[in-house]
Design a protein around this ligand. Structure first.
Ligand SMILES: [Zn+2]
Length: 404
């Protein structure tokens, strides 16, 4: 489709636009609002953006007309947390864990070893396979972290490879302390905040740190985020995954876009998330794959926090790339309504990435959209595990599937 052409998608059984009035603010079509949906709707794409939405009966003429026969159209998913630059796999570790052995952060080091040993071509092929897998499942924007290199050249390679497939590249040199620094963790933090950051910052948008017992403490995490911000990166944090800890507080104090995991929260943590713009990004694929208690989404939402859902796709603790699976878990296991879960997987992810052009289908939004082979968004949780993403458009181009 050239920019001069327009496409009318009509016969939409339910159009999820996320352009409702935000709580406490005025509607603003330039960024996501609250969950909103319309039945018997139509949408016009022009120039790669949403040009018009409204009742199908009042749709304007367009160069091309696509009738989707009562199916639902949603914004593409925004997966704001993924670790896709890696080699090897850890299915044996998963099987052992399911047989009763608890997960510890140390499992990451096996992937570090495999990743360091892999040629660029192998890492690139795996990354592209996963990116294509995400797109087929409706994810039109994803974040991708380094963090399995943990040397200056290996981390620089990680962010460079990630930048080939997404603009949302995160430098995660502070994933774990590698074995060669086991006796000198402070020396590793200096490396992460110095030469490694210098090598990675040009290809990255974000800096992240795994703030957890066995990884990095509060002072170390704050130092990593401050160094990254001084180099022009924006902050996000792995926080409160394996137990209570300082991660959410560190994220709030750093002005981070997002605190991710949020599985073990104190009342103070919930207050911090509710009273600051830090998005609480919940990653239920991890709790599923590690057989842990799920995050308390209801508690966060009732307190007024902004909640996002993401996959945390990685070979150890959550090897799913499926946002529909995360939506189903959030609804079934975390007390979220279907509307809240779909919003969190689209507009919530956009908020966690500080993006206003995605996550909604207001006029002017990028035309990233999903056609469900189902009449409403509810089916994403109502029919778990069933492939229902019929077609995916990215910036107005049909990039996966087809209109049935
Ligand atoms: Zn992660």
């Amino acid at each position: 489709m050239s920019d001069a052409e327009s496409t009318l998608i009509t016969g939409i059984g339910e159009l999820v636009s996320n352009d409702g009035e935000p709580s406490g603010g005025q509607p603003d079509s330039s960024q996501p609002g609250s969950f909103a949906a319309m039945t018997d709707a139509a949408l016009v794409i022009a120039g790669g953006k949403v040009a018009w939405t409204g009742p199908a009966s009042r749709a304007p003429a367009a160069d091309t007309v696509v009738d989707v026969a009562g199916r639902a159209v949603l914004p593409g998913f925004a997966d704001s947390h993924a670790h896709l630059v890696f080699a090897g796999e850890r299915s044996a570790e998963f099987a052992a864990r399911m047989a009763g052995r608890p997960y510890r952060a140390g499992g990451i080091l096996g992937t570090v070893e495999a990743t360091r040993a892999a040629p660029d071509s192998a890492l690139r092929a795996n990354l592209r396979r996963l990116a294509a897998e995400m797109l087929r499942q409706g994810t039109t924007t994803f974040e991708c972290k380094s963090g399995y290199g943990l040397t200056v050249p290996d981390e620089a390679r990680g962010v460079a490879l990630a930048a080939e497939v997404t603009p949302e590249v995160t430098y995660l040199g502070a994933h774990v302390v590698p074995p060669e620094f086991a006796a000198d963790p402070a020396g590793y933090v200096d490396l992460v905040c110095g030469p490694m950051l210098d090598a990675c910052a040009p290809a990255a948008r974000w800096v992240d740190v795994f703030c957890e017992d066995g990884a990095f403490g509060a002072d170390e995490a704050a130092a990593v985020l401050a160094a990254g911000q001084a180099a022009g990166l924006q902050a996000r944090v792995h926080a409160n995954q394996l137990g209570p800890g300082p991660g959410v507080r560190v994220a709030a104090e750093a002005g981070a876009a997002s605190a991710d995991h949020c599985t073990f929260l104190t009342d103070d943590d919930v207050d911090a998330l509710a009273s600051t713009p830090v998005v609480a990004t919940l990653l239920p694929g991890v709790e599923f794959s590690c057989r842990q208690p799920f995050p308390q989404a209801r508690r966060l939402l009732d307190a007024g926090a902004v909640v996002a859902l993401a996959t945390d796709c990685n070979p150890g603790s959550s090897f799913t790339s499926s946002m529909p699976f995360c939506i189903a878990l959030a609804v079934r296991e975390m007390g979220m309504t279907t509307e809240e879960a779909v919003w969190a997987a689209t507009a919530g992810g956009a908020r966690a990435l500080r993006r206003t052009d995605i996550g909604h289908l207001g006029v002017g939004a990028r035309a990233d959209l999903i056609l469900l082979d189902a009449p409403s968004h509810t089916y994403l949780a109502y029919r778990p595990g069933v492939p229902q993403i019929a077609a995916v458009w990215q910036a107005g181009n049909l990039v996966a599937g087809a209109v049935p």
